[in-house]
Design a protein around this ligand. Structure first.
Ligand code: GLN
Length: 392
């Protein structure tokens, strides 16, 4: 067989998305890959229906339809407390996934270093590998997922071009405090480097925690590249609409990469999504209320079962500690991945093995999400109760 590139030998497929495939195969309840099982807001669906007949159906401007960029710039201006220019400081991408890949490709040369927290959303290591960059992992230490700022300074001293900050953080649910962001930002300024943020869960930050936009902090707009998406905010993960906000120079580079990677995001979907961005601010309050309720409902359920977990401050994910199960004789020698596969086959519930998020050897955590209707969460909890039965 003719040879494949060395590059593709250095990483696996996404475990998150693999778990969804296995879950579907067994008809399990899928709490692995994070996406809602409820519909997007009706006005967005109505807009999509209208677009079907009225268009556009051809390419939009490659870096995003003008009206969508204008709407995104309005949202970003508010968040970042400065005027964002829709023409030069925004690029629309195919999901947050392309946003992040495009940014890492735009700032890293082969051999460059980039800092990534561990645990991390698994795409970041693939983003680094595909860009030829080498990740330096900074531990977020459970249970509070705090980090040692000195390690970040050390990374910048080693010449890291950037640090990726997923805030709120997938998979551990950490919300970075303003003090933490200021400390990271100060170092980025000192070493003239970038902070690349992934803020796709910006509207899922649970009281008393607050979301701080890195780009809004003093002197940080020039050092921040913000990746974001409409997937989670409008429950349209399949639409693949993401965006990057940054300085003109950064966005110009991202536009070039984006143009040759994908040309553009789907134009009918861009048009329909504008409707969502024009919702009043109360939409975001209601979204937060909805997820606050789901979070409480699911975590209360876990409490009742006596299953240990790390309480998420943001996102719709929760990491469960499965050590007590792994200690059972029937799971002797099981990896967390094998345990997750066993769960899908035997109790009909899909989770993501924690090891796919950690640089460190971690085998006792799994990630579930609660972006599900209450009835689905009930059934998921009933299945977890079956797991708990094994301990009796
Ligand atoms: N962010 C989601 C998760 O971690 C999945 C996103 C994706 O698969 N593109 O589950």
């Amino acid at each position: 067989m003719p040879k494949l590139s060395d590059r593709v030998q250095t990483f696996t497929d996404s475990v998150i998305r693999r778990m969804t495939r296995i879950s579907d195969e067994y008809g399990a309840i899928n709490l692995s890959q994070g996406f809602p099982d409820f519909d997007p807001p009706k006005p967005i669906l109505d807009a999509l229906a209208k677009v079907a007949y009225e268009g556009p159906h051809q390419y939009s401007v490659t870096y995003g339809a003008e009206n969508l960029r204008e709407a995104l710039a309005r949202k970003a201006s508010k968040a970042m407390k400065r005027e964002i220019d829709p023409e030069t400081q925004v690029v629309v991408t195919c999901g947050g996934t392309e946003a992040m890949m495009g940014v890492v490709m735009s700032i890293c040369n082969p051999g460059d270093k980039i800092m990534v927290f561990s645990p991390f959303y698994e795409n970041y290591s693939a983003d680094a590998i595909l860009s030829g960059a080498e990740p330096i992992f900074i531990p977020l230490v459970p249970p509070t997922f705090e980090f040692d700022i000195n390690l970040i300074e050390e990374g910048f001293k080693q010449g890291a071009r950037a640090i990726i900050v997923c805030n709120p953080s997938n998979p551990c649910g950490k919300v970075f405090s303003e003090e933490e962001l200021l400390a990271i930002g100060k170092l980025a300024i000192k070493y003239d480097a970038f902070v690349v943020t992934d803020e796709v869960y910006e509207h899922m930050v649970y009281a008393p925690n607050k979301h701080t936009y890195m780009a809004s902090l003093p002197g940080m707009f020039e050092h921040t590249i913000t990746c974001n998406s409409l997937s989670k905010t409008f429950s349209i993960t399949g639409w693949r609409l993401g965006y990057v906000v940054g300085t003109e120079e950064v966005i110009e580079a991202c536009k070039k990469v984006h143009d040759f990677l994908t040309v553009g995001a789907a134009s009918p979907l861009q048009e329909a999504a504008v409707t969502g961005l024009n919702f009043p601010d109360s939409y975001y309050d209601e979204l937060l209320e909805l997820y606050t309720e789901k979070r409480k409902y699911f975590l209360d359920g876990l409490d009742k079962l006596g299953i240990k977990y790390y309480e998420p401050q943001g996102t719709y994910f929760v990491m469960l500690d499965i050590q007590e199960f792994l200690d059972l004789p029937q799971f002797k020698g099981y990896s967390d991945l094998e345990f997750c596969e066993w769960m899908i086959r035997n109790i009909g519930l899909a989770a993501v093995p924690g090891s796919s998020f950690f640089r460190e050897e971690v085998n006792n955590l799994i990630r579930l999400h609660f972006a599900r209707e209450k009835s689905t969460l009930d059934e998921a909890l009933a299945r977890l109760a079956k797991l708990k039965e094994l301990l009796k």
